[in-house]
Design a protein around this ligand. Structure first.
Ligand code: SF4
Length: 353
Protein backbone atom coordinates (compact mmCIF):
# COMPACT_ATOMS: atom_id res chain seq x y z
CA UNK A 1 0.00 0.00 0.00
CA UNK A 2 1.29 3.44 -0.87
CA UNK A 3 1.98 6.02 1.81
CA UNK A 4 -0.42 8.95 1.86
CA UNK A 5 1.01 12.49 1.61
CA UNK A 6 -2.12 14.46 2.54
CA UNK A 7 -1.70 15.35 6.21
CA UNK A 8 2.12 15.43 6.12
CA UNK A 9 3.80 18.54 7.50
CA UNK A 10 6.17 20.73 5.46
CA UNK A 11 9.22 19.18 7.13
CA UNK A 12 7.93 15.65 6.54
CA UNK A 13 7.35 16.47 2.87
CA UNK A 14 10.88 17.84 2.65
CA UNK A 15 12.24 14.60 4.12
CA UNK A 16 10.20 12.60 1.58
CA UNK A 17 11.57 14.74 -1.27
CA UNK A 18 15.15 14.17 -0.10
CA UNK A 19 14.59 10.43 0.20
CA UNK A 20 13.26 10.38 -3.37
CA UNK A 21 16.52 12.01 -4.50
CA UNK A 22 14.95 15.43 -5.06
CA UNK A 23 16.27 18.75 -3.78
CA UNK A 24 14.90 19.93 -0.41
CA UNK A 25 12.82 22.69 -2.03
CA UNK A 26 10.77 19.99 -3.79
CA UNK A 27 9.17 19.41 -0.35
CA UNK A 28 7.85 22.97 -0.45
CA UNK A 29 6.59 22.40 -3.99
CA UNK A 30 4.78 19.26 -2.85
CA UNK A 31 3.06 21.21 -0.05
CA UNK A 32 2.00 23.88 -2.56
CA UNK A 33 0.58 21.35 -4.98
CA UNK A 34 -1.29 19.36 -2.31
CA UNK A 35 -2.54 22.12 0.00
CA UNK A 36 -2.70 25.27 -2.08
CA UNK A 37 -3.25 24.13 -5.66
CA UNK A 38 -5.07 21.11 -4.26
CA UNK A 39 -4.13 18.59 -6.91
CA UNK A 40 -4.73 14.90 -6.30
CA UNK A 41 -2.34 13.42 -8.85
CA UNK A 42 1.45 13.66 -9.23
CA UNK A 43 1.02 14.09 -12.99
CA UNK A 44 -0.46 17.55 -12.36
CA UNK A 45 2.69 18.67 -10.47
CA UNK A 46 4.23 20.18 -13.56
CA UNK A 47 7.23 21.89 -11.95
CA UNK A 48 8.54 18.49 -10.83
CA UNK A 49 10.49 16.56 -13.44
CA UNK A 50 8.94 13.51 -15.06
CA UNK A 51 11.46 11.31 -13.26
CA UNK A 52 10.63 12.93 -9.91
CA UNK A 53 6.92 12.38 -10.46
CA UNK A 54 7.54 8.75 -11.33
CA UNK A 55 9.76 8.25 -8.27
CA UNK A 56 7.11 9.76 -6.00
CA UNK A 57 4.15 7.92 -7.47
CA UNK A 58 5.96 4.59 -7.10
CA UNK A 59 5.88 4.93 -3.29
CA UNK A 60 3.29 7.57 -2.45
CA UNK A 61 -0.18 8.79 -3.24
CA UNK A 62 -1.77 12.15 -2.44
CA UNK A 63 -4.55 10.17 -0.75
CA UNK A 64 -7.51 12.50 -0.94
CA UNK A 65 -10.89 10.76 -0.70
CA UNK A 66 -13.91 12.00 -2.59
CA UNK A 67 -17.48 11.83 -1.27
CA UNK A 68 -19.68 9.07 -2.67
CA UNK A 69 -23.00 10.84 -2.16
CA UNK A 70 -24.32 14.32 -1.42
CA UNK A 71 -27.76 15.40 -0.19
CA UNK A 72 -29.15 18.92 -0.28
CA UNK A 73 -31.58 20.23 2.31
CA UNK A 74 -34.46 22.60 1.62
CA UNK A 75 -32.48 25.25 3.54
CA UNK A 76 -29.34 24.82 1.38
CA UNK A 77 -27.43 22.72 3.92
CA UNK A 78 -25.55 19.91 2.20
CA UNK A 79 -24.53 16.58 3.66
CA UNK A 80 -21.73 14.51 2.12
CA UNK A 81 -21.06 10.84 2.66
CA UNK A 82 -17.38 9.85 2.58
CA UNK A 83 -16.02 6.31 2.46
CA UNK A 84 -13.45 5.31 5.11
CA UNK A 85 -10.71 2.71 5.41
CA UNK A 86 -13.18 0.51 7.29
CA UNK A 87 -15.18 -1.42 4.68
CA UNK A 88 -18.86 -0.52 4.67
CA UNK A 89 -18.43 2.37 7.12
CA UNK A 90 -19.03 5.95 6.06
CA UNK A 91 -18.64 9.31 7.70
CA UNK A 92 -20.60 12.46 7.14
CA UNK A 93 -19.60 16.05 6.54
CA UNK A 94 -22.13 18.85 6.60
CA UNK A 95 -21.75 22.14 4.76
CA UNK A 96 -23.84 24.90 6.30
CA UNK A 97 -24.26 28.00 4.11
CA UNK A 98 -25.15 31.43 5.41
CA UNK A 99 -26.45 33.84 2.84
CA UNK A 100 -26.06 37.61 2.54
CA UNK A 101 -29.80 38.24 2.78
CA UNK A 102 -33.15 36.55 2.91
CA UNK A 103 -33.29 36.32 -0.88
CA UNK A 104 -30.38 33.89 -0.55
CA UNK A 105 -28.17 35.84 -2.91
CA UNK A 106 -24.44 35.59 -2.25
CA UNK A 107 -22.87 33.16 0.14
CA UNK A 108 -21.66 35.10 3.22
CA UNK A 109 -20.24 32.12 5.05
CA UNK A 110 -19.86 28.44 4.34
CA UNK A 111 -19.03 26.29 7.35
CA UNK A 112 -17.94 22.67 7.10
CA UNK A 113 -18.91 20.50 10.05
CA UNK A 114 -16.30 17.74 9.90
CA UNK A 115 -16.13 14.29 11.45
CA UNK A 116 -13.09 13.12 13.41
CA UNK A 117 -13.85 9.44 14.01
CA UNK A 118 -15.75 6.57 12.40
CA UNK A 119 -18.52 6.48 14.97
CA UNK A 120 -17.84 7.35 18.60
CA UNK A 121 -17.04 5.65 21.93
CA UNK A 122 -18.60 8.25 24.18
CA UNK A 123 -22.19 7.02 24.19
CA UNK A 124 -24.04 10.30 24.78
CA UNK A 125 -27.68 9.32 25.16
CA UNK A 126 -29.01 11.92 22.74
CA UNK A 127 -26.73 11.19 19.79
CA UNK A 128 -27.20 8.90 16.82
CA UNK A 129 -23.44 8.70 16.22
CA UNK A 130 -22.87 7.49 19.78
CA UNK A 131 -25.56 4.90 19.38
CA UNK A 132 -23.83 3.35 16.38
CA UNK A 133 -20.67 2.61 18.38
CA UNK A 134 -17.01 3.14 17.49
CA UNK A 135 -15.45 1.70 14.34
CA UNK A 136 -12.07 3.40 14.06
CA UNK A 137 -10.09 6.60 13.94
CA UNK A 138 -9.99 8.87 10.92
CA UNK A 139 -6.54 9.72 9.58
CA UNK A 140 -5.51 13.33 9.08
CA UNK A 141 -5.92 12.69 5.33
CA UNK A 142 -9.50 11.54 5.85
CA UNK A 143 -10.22 14.61 7.98
CA UNK A 144 -8.66 17.01 5.48
CA UNK A 145 -10.43 15.30 2.57
CA UNK A 146 -13.69 16.54 4.06
CA UNK A 147 -12.55 20.15 3.64
CA UNK A 148 -10.89 19.68 0.26
CA UNK A 149 -13.26 17.20 -1.35
CA UNK A 150 -16.68 18.84 -1.08
CA UNK A 151 -18.17 20.95 -3.87
CA UNK A 152 -17.90 24.12 -1.76
CA UNK A 153 -14.22 23.54 -0.85
CA UNK A 154 -13.10 26.80 -2.44
CA UNK A 155 -15.83 28.82 -0.74
CA UNK A 156 -15.39 27.51 2.79
CA UNK A 157 -14.92 30.22 5.38
CA UNK A 158 -15.06 28.15 8.58
CA UNK A 159 -14.67 24.65 9.91
CA UNK A 160 -16.17 23.15 13.05
CA UNK A 161 -15.10 19.81 14.45
CA UNK A 162 -18.63 18.91 15.51
CA UNK A 163 -19.46 16.02 13.20
CA UNK A 164 -19.15 12.34 14.01
CA UNK A 165 -16.78 11.42 16.83
CA UNK A 166 -15.00 13.09 19.72
CA UNK A 167 -12.03 15.00 18.25
CA UNK A 168 -9.93 14.84 21.43
CA UNK A 169 -10.23 11.04 21.40
CA UNK A 170 -8.27 11.15 18.13
CA UNK A 171 -5.91 13.95 19.05
CA UNK A 172 -2.82 12.86 17.11
CA UNK A 173 -4.67 12.92 13.76
CA UNK A 174 -6.92 15.87 14.59
CA UNK A 175 -3.92 17.90 15.76
CA UNK A 176 -2.10 17.06 12.52
CA UNK A 177 -5.15 18.20 10.52
CA UNK A 178 -5.39 21.45 12.53
CA UNK A 179 -1.69 22.10 11.84
CA UNK A 180 -2.20 21.67 8.10
CA UNK A 181 -5.34 23.83 8.11
CA UNK A 182 -3.68 26.74 9.92
CA UNK A 183 -0.06 26.61 8.65
CA UNK A 184 1.20 29.06 6.04
CA UNK A 185 2.53 26.14 3.99
CA UNK A 186 -0.85 24.37 4.41
CA UNK A 187 -4.31 25.78 3.83
CA UNK A 188 -3.23 29.02 5.51
CA UNK A 189 -6.44 29.59 7.46
CA UNK A 190 -6.52 31.75 10.57
CA UNK A 191 -7.22 29.60 13.67
CA UNK A 192 -10.15 31.95 14.29
CA UNK A 193 -11.94 30.18 11.44
CA UNK A 194 -11.80 26.82 13.22
CA UNK A 195 -13.72 25.56 16.26
CA UNK A 196 -13.17 22.23 17.97
CA UNK A 197 -16.06 20.86 19.99
CA UNK A 198 -15.47 18.39 22.82
CA UNK A 199 -17.43 16.77 25.60
CA UNK A 200 -14.38 17.39 27.80
CA UNK A 201 -11.66 14.77 27.42
CA UNK A 202 -9.75 16.10 30.40
CA UNK A 203 -6.30 14.53 29.86
CA UNK A 204 -6.13 15.78 26.26
CA UNK A 205 -7.77 19.18 26.59
CA UNK A 206 -4.55 20.93 27.79
CA UNK A 207 -2.80 19.71 24.63
CA UNK A 208 -5.45 21.32 22.46
CA UNK A 209 -5.38 24.52 24.50
CA UNK A 210 -1.57 24.75 24.52
CA UNK A 211 -0.76 23.51 21.02
CA UNK A 212 -3.49 25.21 19.00
CA UNK A 213 -5.10 28.64 18.83
CA UNK A 214 -8.44 27.42 17.46
CA UNK A 215 -11.70 28.22 19.23
CA UNK A 216 -13.15 25.75 21.74
CA UNK A 217 -16.74 24.61 22.21
CA UNK A 218 -17.63 22.41 25.18
CA UNK A 219 -20.72 20.18 25.11
CA UNK A 220 -22.22 20.92 28.49
CA UNK A 221 -25.94 20.04 28.42
CA UNK A 222 -26.46 19.90 32.20
CA UNK A 223 -24.75 21.77 35.06
CA UNK A 224 -25.54 19.12 37.71
CA UNK A 225 -22.99 16.26 37.86
CA UNK A 226 -25.43 13.38 38.43
CA UNK A 227 -27.93 14.61 35.87
CA UNK A 228 -25.16 15.18 33.32
CA UNK A 229 -23.80 11.69 33.96
CA UNK A 230 -27.21 10.27 33.06
CA UNK A 231 -26.98 11.99 29.66
CA UNK A 232 -23.24 11.73 29.10
CA UNK A 233 -21.26 8.84 30.58
CA UNK A 234 -18.04 10.90 30.15
CA UNK A 235 -19.05 12.85 33.25
CA UNK A 236 -18.15 9.88 35.46
CA UNK A 237 -14.52 9.80 34.31
CA UNK A 238 -13.86 13.44 33.49
CA UNK A 239 -16.29 15.64 35.42
CA UNK A 240 -17.38 18.89 33.82
CA UNK A 241 -16.52 20.75 37.01
CA UNK A 242 -12.84 19.82 36.50
CA UNK A 243 -13.03 20.85 32.86
CA UNK A 244 -14.30 24.26 33.95
CA UNK A 245 -11.54 24.51 36.56
CA UNK A 246 -9.00 23.87 33.82
CA UNK A 247 -10.57 26.44 31.48
CA UNK A 248 -10.30 29.11 34.17
CA UNK A 249 -6.51 28.90 33.81
CA UNK A 250 -6.69 30.02 30.18
CA UNK A 251 -7.31 33.44 28.67
CA UNK A 252 -10.45 33.76 26.57
CA UNK A 253 -10.53 37.53 26.55
CA UNK A 254 -8.48 37.86 23.35
CA UNK A 255 -8.73 36.27 19.93
CA UNK A 256 -9.58 32.81 21.17
CA UNK A 257 -13.16 32.09 22.19
CA UNK A 258 -14.83 29.45 24.29
CA UNK A 259 -18.49 28.56 23.96
CA UNK A 260 -20.72 26.02 25.64
CA UNK A 261 -23.23 23.87 23.77
CA UNK A 262 -26.47 23.25 25.60
CA UNK A 263 -29.12 21.06 23.98
CA UNK A 264 -32.58 21.73 25.40
CA UNK A 265 -34.42 18.61 26.62
CA UNK A 266 -38.00 19.07 27.83
CA UNK A 267 -38.31 18.50 31.58
CA UNK A 268 -34.69 17.32 31.83
CA UNK A 269 -32.39 20.35 31.79
CA UNK A 270 -34.57 23.34 30.90
CA UNK A 271 -35.74 24.70 34.28
CA UNK A 272 -34.88 27.97 36.05
CA UNK A 273 -32.89 25.86 38.51
CA UNK A 274 -30.71 24.63 35.62
CA UNK A 275 -30.28 28.12 34.16
CA UNK A 276 -29.20 29.51 37.54
CA UNK A 277 -26.74 26.66 38.17
CA UNK A 278 -25.34 27.11 34.66
CA UNK A 279 -24.81 30.82 35.24
CA UNK A 280 -23.08 30.09 38.57
CA UNK A 281 -20.85 27.43 37.00
CA UNK A 282 -19.65 29.71 34.21
CA UNK A 283 -19.47 32.96 36.20
CA UNK A 284 -16.39 34.97 35.30
CA UNK A 285 -15.54 33.03 32.13
CA UNK A 286 -15.88 35.26 29.04
CA UNK A 287 -17.99 32.91 26.96
CA UNK A 288 -21.15 32.31 25.01
CA UNK A 289 -23.78 29.62 25.51
CA UNK A 290 -25.30 28.13 22.36
CA UNK A 291 -28.73 26.68 23.02
CA UNK A 292 -29.67 23.91 20.60
CA UNK A 293 -33.11 22.49 19.88
CA UNK A 294 -33.05 18.73 20.28
CA UNK A 295 -33.85 16.64 17.21
CA UNK A 296 -35.67 13.56 18.40
CA UNK A 297 -33.96 10.24 17.72
CA UNK A 298 -35.74 6.88 17.52
CA UNK A 299 -36.42 4.91 20.71
CA UNK A 300 -35.47 7.75 23.02
CA UNK A 301 -37.80 9.37 25.56
CA UNK A 302 -35.94 12.68 25.15
CA UNK A 303 -37.92 15.51 23.57
CA UNK A 304 -37.02 19.08 22.76
CA UNK A 305 -38.11 21.92 25.03
CA UNK A 306 -40.89 24.17 23.82
CA UNK A 307 -40.01 27.49 22.13
CA UNK A 308 -41.43 29.33 25.17
CA UNK A 309 -39.27 27.36 27.60
CA UNK A 310 -36.19 27.91 25.47
CA UNK A 311 -36.91 31.66 25.28
CA UNK A 312 -37.36 31.87 29.06
CA UNK A 313 -34.14 29.89 29.65
CA UNK A 314 -32.25 32.14 27.27
CA UNK A 315 -33.63 35.31 28.89
CA UNK A 316 -32.68 34.07 32.37
CA UNK A 317 -29.08 33.42 31.29
CA UNK A 318 -28.91 36.80 29.56
CA UNK A 319 -30.11 38.49 32.75
CA UNK A 320 -27.30 36.68 34.59
CA UNK A 321 -24.89 38.35 32.18
CA UNK A 322 -24.10 35.41 29.89
CA UNK A 323 -24.35 35.92 26.13
CA UNK A 324 -26.75 33.20 25.02
CA UNK A 325 -27.80 32.43 21.49
CA UNK A 326 -30.22 29.91 20.04
CA UNK A 327 -28.58 28.02 17.23
CA UNK A 328 -30.68 27.88 14.09
CA UNK A 329 -31.49 24.31 13.19
CA UNK A 330 -30.18 23.39 9.77
CA UNK A 331 -30.52 20.40 7.50
CA UNK A 332 -32.99 18.44 9.62
CA UNK A 333 -34.77 17.07 6.52
CA UNK A 334 -31.56 15.37 5.34
CA UNK A 335 -30.58 14.21 8.87
CA UNK A 336 -27.67 16.63 8.90
CA UNK A 337 -28.62 18.49 12.08
CA UNK A 338 -26.79 18.18 15.40
CA UNK A 339 -26.90 14.68 16.86
CA UNK A 340 -28.38 13.06 13.75
CA UNK A 341 -25.19 12.03 11.92
CA UNK A 342 -25.11 8.27 11.61
CA UNK A 343 -22.92 7.69 8.54
CA UNK A 344 -25.84 6.22 6.66
CA UNK A 345 -26.99 8.93 4.33
CA UNK A 346 -30.75 9.12 4.57
CA UNK A 347 -31.17 5.84 6.43
CA UNK A 348 -30.91 4.05 3.13
CA UNK A 349 -28.90 0.86 3.10
CA UNK A 350 -25.15 1.49 2.93
CA UNK A 351 -23.95 1.95 -0.62
CA UNK A 352 -21.61 -0.75 -1.88
CA UNK A 353 -17.98 0.09 -1.04
FE1 SF4 B 1 -19.74 11.11 20.48
FE2 SF4 B 1 -20.26 13.74 20.27
FE3 SF4 B 1 -22.21 11.92 19.86
FE4 SF4 B 1 -21.25 12.30 22.34
S1 SF4 B 1 -22.36 13.80 21.09
S2 SF4 B 1 -21.66 10.31 21.35
S3 SF4 B 1 -19.09 12.72 21.90
S4 SF4 B 1 -20.37 12.20 18.60
Amino acid sequence: MKEVLLGKTASELQEIALQAGLPAYAGKQLAQWIYQKRVTDFEAMTNLSKAARAALSARYEVGRTAPVEAFTSRDGTRKYLFPTRVPGKYIETVMIPQYEDASEGGLARATACVSSQIGCKMGCRFCMTGRGGFHGQLSAAEILSQLLGIDEAEQLTNAVFMGMGEPLDNWSEVSRALTVITADWGLGWSPKRVTLSTIGVLPVLPHFLDESHCHLAVSLHNPFPEERAALMPVQKGWPLQEVIRLLRKYDFTGQRRVSFEYTMFAGVNDSARHADALARLLRGIPCRINLIRFHAIPDSPLRTSSPETIAAFQARLQRAGITTTLRASRGEDILAACGLLAGKGLRKPDPEP
